[in-house]
Ligand binder design. Sequence first.
Ligand code: 13P
Length: 252
Amino acid sequence: MRHKLIAGNWKMHGACADNAALVEALLAAERLSGVDYAVLVPAPYLAQMQTLLTGSSVAWGGQDVSEETKGAFTGEVAASMLREFGCRYTIVGHSERRQRHGESDSLVAAKARTALAYQLTPIVCLGESLAQRESGETAMVVRQQLAAVIETLGLEGLARIVLAYEPIWAIGTGRSATPEQAQEVHALLRHQVAAESQMVGDNLQILYGGSVKAANAVELMTLPDVDGALVGGASLVAQEFLAIGRAAAGAR
Ligand code: 13P
């Protein structure tokens, strides 16, 4: 059975004292069987996470990684650096980066490939805009985004990633996808991977992201093809984040 992953994307939030309090609350919570937690933090706080979380069951990671391995790339963070600070994960292809930094499907796939080369698990985000959903293009858009990942990583790489479906219109809006909408896209993505390999499709963790909070976690985390959540705003509030984890544990 697939484990659930509850991953907190802190985005550009945090301060040393606040981070410490948040992480302390996560560490004090009961461990739930079949549910893993991770926090994805701004790069300057990776060292703090390494100090606070080493030896615990909470993993940590970055929010982006360069497709390059080193060199004259001002402002970018290399996969080897994430590894040096103990990261297990890194997000790639978050819609905020696709939109603000013009990251293409092929660049996102290249970032995932570099992450894998450094034994990081990329959490590859994809999802449609509101305009795309309203014009009936959701399936086409997410299939195309996933196809670039499949083409670049091949089956071997595909078996080592986490996928996150994040409809852009649901991010930070308080308006999550309905359970039907989420399940439909998750099933479609899993089928697309299963067409390459049934086993890889069956084992692939597909997270849902977009306004997940305690109040809607049960209905979303109990869906058959939803294997956890990528949580933004609610991941900054320990009790909310932990409640999402409990919803996921109950769903198993
Ligand atoms: P919110 O949970 O704040 O909607 O953000 C979702 C997200 O973008 C996680 O990566």
